[in-house]
Write a protein that binds this ligand. Sequence first.
Ligand SMILES: Cc1ncc(COP(=O)(O)O)c(C=O)c1O
Length: 379
Amino acid sequence: MFDTNTLITQRLHDIDASGIRKVFDLAVKIKNPINLSIGQTDFDVPEPIKEAAITAIRDGLNKYTVTQGMAEMVNAIKGKFNDAYQTDGRWDDYGTLVTSGVSGGLVLSIMTCVEPGDEVLVPDPYFVMYKHLVTMAGGKCVYVDTYPDFQMTAERVEPLITDKTKLLVLSSPSNPTGVVTTDDTMKQLAELCDQRGIMMISDEIYDEFSFDTDGPAPTPASYSDSAMILRGFSKTYGMTGWRLGYAMGPKPIIEQMTKLQQYTFVCAPSMVQKAAAVAAFDLDMSDYVTAYKAKRDMVVDKLFPHFELTTPGGAFYAFPKAPDGMTGTQFVEQAIAKEVLIIPGNVFSEQDTHFRISYACPDETLAKGLDVLVGIAGG
Ligand SMILES: Cc1ncc(COP(=O)(O)O)c(C=O)c1O
C-alpha cells in the first residue's frame, strides 16, 4: 500500500477546510436545528424549467454537447448580453462558454490565467472557493480589506496592485456579506483594472437578487471591455444541483477556457442547457426576489438594534459583527448550543469578528433563529 499522505499533492494539503468542518461537526449532533447556514434558495425549480428538462430527456438530449455549449444556449446568452450591454459594439467580439455552474467558470478562468507566483486581488471577506482555487493554481491571494462597509473600492484596491497582479475577483451581490457593489464603485474598479492590465472576474451568481437597485446588480459589463462575467442558474432558479452557468469574456481567454473544459468537465449537462435556453431566460422570477427582499428586511429590522450590521442589498446573506468581547467563532458556538446554525466569519475572512446568516429559509424559521441570536447579544 502506498503512503496516501505523500501521494496527495501539496496543492491539496494547502487547502484548509477545517473552519467549516468544525461547524458541521457541531451541527450533526442537533436533531432539528434552526438552519440559517444554507447557501441555496428554499424554493424548488419552477415547473416550466422542470418540464423543459423532462421533455429534453425524453427527446433524447442525453449525449455530450459541444464543449462551448449547445448553439441554442449560446445564442440565448448572446441575445441577453446584446440587449443589455451592446450599446457601442463592445460585446460583438466576446467569447461565450457554457460552464458547469459558476464554479466551473471560476475553475477554468483561474486555471487559465494564474501561474505560480501570480497575485490575485480578492475581497476580504470572500467566497471561500476563490482562495482555494488561487492556491491550487499556485497563485497568491492579496486580500483587499473591505470592512466595515464591504465595498471593494478602487481606492482600497489600487495600493495593493503590483507587477504580479493578474486578476481581481469580485462577487456582487456578495457571499458572505450580501453587499451590492455600487454602480460608481463598479465603474471605477472596471476602469482601474483596464488601465492597469488586470482582468476582473465578476462573479454574478446572485445578480437577480438585488433588492435596492433598478433591475439586476451593477456589473462591469456596463463599463469594461476586458472583464470576465460569470453568471449562473443555481440561485435564481433554485437549480444548484443542475450545474449550469456561463462565462462571457475576452475571446482569447474564453478559447483557452474552452480547451481546458474539453479535457476536464467536457460540457455542461445537455438537458439542463436545453431547459435553461427554452424556459429560464424569459421566466419572471420577480415574485421570488420580492419574497427574499422581505426576508432581508426582517433580518435588518430584528438585528439592527443589537448588532453592527451593514445593510445587505442582495443575495440572501447578512454578515453582522459579533457583540463586543466575542469572536465570530465564540458567538457561533453559543448560537449552535441554542440549536441555531450560522457560520463564523473566519471561514470567509482572515479575521474572526463577524458571522454569516443565510435567510434562504421559511419566514418562521428565520424569525425564530433571529430571536435566538438577539437573545445571545443580550437583547
Ligand atoms: C459567490 C458564489 N459564487 C459561485 C457559487 C457557485 O455557484 P454554482 O452553483 O453556479 O457553481 C456560489 C455558491 O454558493 C457563490 O456563493
